[in-house]
Design a protein around this ligand. Sequence first.
Ligand code: AP5
Length: 220
Amino acid sequence: MNVVFLGPPGAGKGTQAARISACYGIPHIATGDMLREAIARGTELGRLARSYVDRGELVPDEVMLRLVEERLQEPDARGGFLLDGFPRTRPQAEGLDALLDRMHRRLDLVVFFRVPQETLLRRLVGRWICRAAGHVYHEDHRPPRVPGRCDLDGSELYQRPDDRPEAVARRLEVYEQQTAPLVEYYRARGVFREVDGAAGLAEVTRRLCAILDEAGMGRV
Ligand code: AP5
């Protein structure tokens, strides 16, 4: 199954994608994580991406399309993928269609996470991420057992530079202008499903599993 999680910043895409990826055995491909890793390693892509990511702007479409094309050709993505944070613009969505055509594959499901704006703001400013593997916490909804440390690997937790209030405001604006129109793009294609992302973590997972099971996706 080839699946896309679509939704605004802070909607819970990354948190849920990690759970779904483990449960259904398909790779979680998060373009934001790939960019942050490149930034941390100081690669050419990282140096380019940093100026966009920290300000809450989108990295140019052609850069993102190249990155995703390379990733989808890796062996673990041949049996299916779960894209999180891509596509984010109309040219990216069209580019993904063309890429899948060339690979003789198609998109099976696009799941949209609907969450009110005030909830998104609270989620983003309270988010903490683990330095070693990107595990995600929230100071209210999912606090770590030991403050400042990841439950799973003990590494330090940090706050993303683009979770500062001015960058969050810009990310939400960019989402409305460039990504929200993709809801109609995919709705018209018959692959579109929606989940109430404002529900509790476990409830959102339960509803996502129901959607994926109904679509015929097998669990591991
Ligand atoms: P990216 O990393 O993709 O960020 P995003 O889309 O802004 O998404 P987030 O990671 O902020 O939110 P999420 O939906 O994953 O929420 P999460 O699960 O963490 O992109 C970052 C940047 O990279 C972009 O701004 C751009 O510059 C660049 N970029 C990336 N992809 C690109 C592309 N395709 N094109 C161009 N540029 C690109 O949850 C948030 C918090 O809420 C957490 O603390 C979590 O614990 C909590 N939470 C989650 N669900 C619940 C719940 N149900 N109840 C209570 N709390 C919850």
